[in-house]
Design a protein around this ligand. Structure first.
Ligand code: NI
Length: 160
C-alpha cells in the first residue's frame, strides 16, 4: 500500500469525466488500497480516483463508524429525496469549507471490490459523501456549487 499524491485545486484533471471500470483486476485492487490509505492519512471522509490522478469511476468513503471503508465502483445515483444545506470540504481544497445544497437521502447502486452489484439507501453524511464523490467522477467539485458567502478558510493550528 502507498499514500498517493492528492491533486489540488487548479489541477485540470479535476474537471475531467472519469471512465467506467471494465475489469476489477489486481491493478484496480492496488489503486483501491492506496486510495483508502491516502484518505485515512489525510483524515478524509471520501476520496475519488480522479483525485489521485486516475480517471476511473471509483471512490471510497469512510465515516469512521463500524461499517469501515466502502468502495464504490461504477456508482449510479438512482434516486434522491429532499434537500438541505450542509457544510462541506474536500481533500483537493485543503482548509476550505463551505455550505452546499445536497439531497437528504439517496439511493445508489455500485459494484463492490468483489464484483457484486450493490444497492444502498443512504441519508445524512453518507448521502452527502456519495453525492460529493459522484460529482468528482463527472468532473465537478463542490467549490462550483457553494452557497455564496459561506466559504471559510480554517487553518489548522499547532498544539502547544
Ligand atoms: Ni472532494
Amino acid at each position: 500500500m502507498a499514500i498517493r499524491k492528492i491533486r489540488q485545486a487548479g489541477d485540470e484533471i479535476l474537471k475531467k469525466k472519469s471512465r467506467e471500470v471494465e475489469t476489477i483486476d489486481d491493478r484496480l485492487q492496488i489503486l483501491i488500497d492506496d486510495m483508502i490509505e491516502t484518505m485515512h492519512e489525510y483524515n478524509g471522509v471520501g476520496l475519488a480516483a480522479v483525485q489521485v490522478g486516475i480517471l476511473k469511476r471509483v471512490f471510497v468513503i469512510d465515516l469512521y463508524d463500524d461499517k469501515g471503508p466502502i468502495v464504490f465502483i461504477n456508482p449510479v445515483i438512482i434516486k434522491t429525496k429532499g434537500e438541505h444545506e450542509v457544510e462541506e470540504g474536500c481533500l483537493s481544497f485543503p482548509n476550505q469549507f463551505a455550505k452546499v445544497k445536497r439531497p437528504e437521502e439517496v439511493v445508489a447502486e455500485y459494484t463492490d471490490r468483489t464484483g457484486k452489484r450493490m444497492r444502498v439507501k443512504a441519508k445524512d453524511l453518507l448521502a452527502q459523501a456519495i453525492c460529493h464523490e459522484n460529482d468528482h467522477l463527472n468532473g465537478e467539485v463542490f467549490m462550483d456549487k457553494i452557497i455564496p458567502g459561506t466559504l471559510e478558510y480554517i487553518e489548522p493550528e499547532e498544539t502547544k
